[in-house]
Design a protein around this ligand. Structure first.
Ligand SMILES: Cc1ncc(COP(=O)(O)O)c(C=O)c1O
Length: 379
């Protein structure tokens, strides 16, 4: 058996007829960028998240960059981020001339540790605007990451951000449809960045992303920023970017969005089977917080002899993978930025985490094959 981590082909086959039909209309009109499908998708996806505005962009990375740029145009600020995330999160902070400030994660949810964060912030002096200042760096924002489809503790993050006058940019690249206390991720922060890269729960057939926000002024600014800061043809108000979403991707995303709830439910059903059938093995499994709806972008486990298990699974045709083997604060281009809490959980997790396939098109026999293979390894 061969079970990949992501199966874009099976996913595409489900929407193919609808997508081909709509593509014909697009090619008939030849309005290829920021056209009617992009506008419709912005409206449909932002309403799905419970947000007023959606701004379609080129990628999740651009969604982060434009959000940070719009919220901290002056740059040179400290932006708090977990280190256990994909490189693009802190990278976008550096790209906007700001400074990533690294904090540890919690062991159960793998999202930012709000207790460590709060005790760090409470140790700092504040400036006149109430921003905490760390070694001359004024901290102005926080980027919680809803990692692997699991929402960060947003109520605590909102409390902390109010206390310290911090902007919140959610990194929702992995959490389409996830909920925290009954509200979808993507509508808690000043802005939220989504990726529709091909491996994501909602994915394009190339790169694509979106920013969601409830702030009208900010939405207008980010709509300008994605097209060179333009206010009308050849008149520019800001130095911006070229980060437009195209119609080809928007058609695919609209078709898949209609199926996202069904697909997330299937991921959840598979996760429940894994949790039940693997619970007696000598591995640590994800905890489900009672106030969150996880969307299982990844299913992780923590184990001893991780690399041996990884090899065994791969030898048996299972596309297991390590997300992420080296935390961001230890990556060469980021290693000189401040690390302000201990990194015990981040570093330990990188050494013993393993992700096994979970996607909506997996058949039950594939799920049980993975379970059997894991059980054989531990026999
Ligand atoms: C947590 C996180 N943030 C940001 C990104 C960047 O998104 P993109 O690849 O669409 O630029 C990703 C994508 O992999 C991600 O997983």
């Amino acid at each position: 058996m061969n079970i990949p981590m992501v199966d874009i082909k099976r996913q595409f086959l489900e929407v193919k007829d609808e997508v081909y039909r709509e593509w014909e209309n697009v090619f008939e009109k030849m309005q290829l960028m920021l056209g009617e499908n992009v506008r419709a998708f912005e409206e449909e996806f932002s309403s799905y998240c419970g947000c007023r505005y959606g701004i379609g962009v080129n990628s999740g990375t651009d969604a982060l960059v434009l959000s940070i740029h719009a919220l901290i145009p002056e740059g040179s600020a400290g932006v708090i981020t977990p280190s256990f995330t994909f490189f693009a999160t802190p990278e976008s902070i550096v790209l906007t001339n700001n400074i990533p400030v690294f904090v540890d994660i919690e062991p159960e949810t793998l999202t930012i540790d709000t207790e460590k964060l709060s005790s760090f912030l409470s140790s700092l002096e504040r400036n006149r605007k109430g921003h905490p200042v760390y070694k001359g760096i004024t901290i102005k924002a926080i980027i919680p990451v809803h990692l692997f489809g699991n929402p960060a503790r947003m109520d605590r993050i909102i409390e902390i951000s109010r206390e310290y006058n911090l902007k919140i940019i959610e990194d929702s690249a992995q959490s389409h449809g996830a909920e925290y206390k009954g509200k979808k991720t993507g509508c808690f922060g000043d802005a939220s960045a989504f990726s529709f890269y091909m491996s994501k729960n909602l994915s394009a057939i190339g790169d694509a992303g979106m920013i969601t926000t409830n702030n009208e002024e900010l939405a207008e600014k980010m709509m300008r920023l994605r097209i060179h800061g333009q206010i009308e043809k050849y008149r520019h108000r800001d130095i911006g970017y070229n980060s437009r979403l195209d119609e080809i991707q928007a058609v695919v995303l609209r078709a898949k969005l209609k199926r996202l709830e069904k697909w997330n439910k299937r991921r959840n059903d598979i996760a429940r089977i894994y949790l039940k059938k693997l619970k007696d093995l000598p591995i640590e499994l994800p905890h489900i917080l009672h106030d969150s709806k996880q969307v299982w972008h990844m299913f992780w486990l923590k184990c001893r002899e991780r690399d041996k298990l990884l090899e065994y699974l791969r030898d048996n045709g299972i596309g297991a993978a390590v997300h992420y083997p080296l935390p961001c604060h230890l990556q060469k281009p980021l290693k000189d930025y401040p690390v302000v809490t201990d990194m015990e959980i981040t570093e330990k997790t990188s050494q013993n985490i393993l992700c096994i396939p979970i996607h909506q098109h997996m058949e039950d026999n594939e799920v049980f094959y993975i379970i059997e293979t894991l059980r054989k390894f531990y026999k």
